[in-house]
Design a protein around this ligand. Structure first.
Ligand code: DP6
Length: 331
């Protein structure tokens, strides 16, 4: 008989970044990171394990994935099977719920949903902490998407000690939102995995990153406890820029940012000059994400649409952690 499980996981955006691995195979990071889970972008995944299957298959957004993508999922399923003590092959059906063509699909929501769906299908009985560890093996940032709101990934030092936990902010996150500025990228894509590895191994500025990131974590934690938006904003913006600065010192140097990324950053600075607190961060691509207080959301959107088209601006509330879906819930 087939064993199935379905789960939904939301993407997360790091306020204090994960950038560089201490262990590439186990995905142990060089530093702790802190994120916010968002409600707008998510992945729903059904995992079906069946003795009748002779190989793993992977369907993404209704279409069978190519050999390379299927191989990646299959390698991940090997970890799951080892952990669950089974040899059953699986069919994985995943759907990404992201605004069309925005290029915002994330490996964070993908592997968090896959780990949770497998846990359900195979009755593995993993705690959220163990699920976080399992999601981490697929993609580091996925270990934070197990939880809603603010989450911190404790870097740890081995497979057992590297996982995320929620940061209790006493519902402060309900007052916040994140505005995405979706920027088209004509330059060659450097995957986050490739970019962080090159930077960690070759960048003259990487030590500078390591020298500051622990203090950034402490500062962000304190700001969250105090619900001090300005304090949190200042440290997240500085941390994001520092991450991007390390890439300029890599050999060869590279950047994820394009002219329109800088345009968005300038507009955020103009918001602040006008007395509206708003702070930006960027990941392994040119899109700019702006953390705002909900009461200022419209004013910041108005400022951004003075240059960007309305369809380039997407606002998201803060999201919840993984959800197990009923069999009836359509994918
Ligand atoms: C810039 O989690 O995608 O978004 O662990 O190699 O799969 P792998 O990398 P990934 O890297 C995310 C990098 C980042 C910062 C962050 O999310 O913390």
């Amino acid at each position: 008989m087939a064993k199935t499980g379905k789960a939904r996981a939301h993407t997360n955006i790091a306020l204090i970044k994960y950038w560089g691995k201490a262990d590439e195979a186990l995905i142990i990071p060089m530093n702790n990171s802190i994120s916010l889970t968002l409600d707008k972008f998510y992945t729903e995944t059904r995992a079906t394990f069946d003795a009748a299957f002779t190989k793993d298959t992977f369907f993404l957004n209704g279409e069978e994935a190519n050999e390379k993508e299927t191989q990646k999922i299959s390698a991940y399923l090997d970890l799951v099977r080892e952990r669950a003590g089974t040899e059953l092959k699986a069919r994985i059906d995943s759907t990404n719920f992201v605004p069309t063509a925005a290029g915002l699909a994330s490996s964070a929501s993908a592997f968090a949903a896959l780990a949770a769906a497998c846990n359900e299908a195979l009755d593995m009985g993993l705690s959220n902490q163990d699920l976080s560890r399992l999601a981490r093996r697929g993609s580091g940032s996925a270990c934070r998407s197990i939880f809603g709101g603010f989450a911190e990934w404790e870097k740890g030092h081995d497979d057992a000690s590297s996982y995320s936990h929620p940061i209790d902010a006493d519902h402060w996150e309900d007052e916040l939102s994140m505005i995405f500025v979706v920027i088209n990228n004509r330059s060659k894509k450097v995957k986050s995995r490739t970019g962080m590895s090159l930077t960690r191994n070759t960048s003259r500025f990487y030590q500078y990153w390591l020298d500051h990131v622990e203090a950034d974590i402490a500062e962000a934690e304190a700001a969250i406890q105090e619900k001090d938006f300005k304090r949190l904003g200042e440290v997240l913006e500085a941390n994001g820029l520092r991450m991007h600065a390390t890439n300029l010192g890599a050999q060869p140097p590279f950047t994820y940012l394009v002219a329109d990324s800088y345009e968005a950053m300038s507009l955020v600075h103009e918001c602040r000059e006008a007395g509206i607190p708003a702070y930006f961060t960027m990941d392994a691509g040119p899109n700019v994400k702006v953390l705002v207080q909900k009461k200022d959301q419209q004013a910041v959107i108005d400022k951004l649409t003075s240059y960007f088209a309305p369809e380039q601006i997407i606002a998201s509330d803060i999201g919840i952690g993984i959800e197990i879906l009923d069999e009836e819930d359509a994918l």
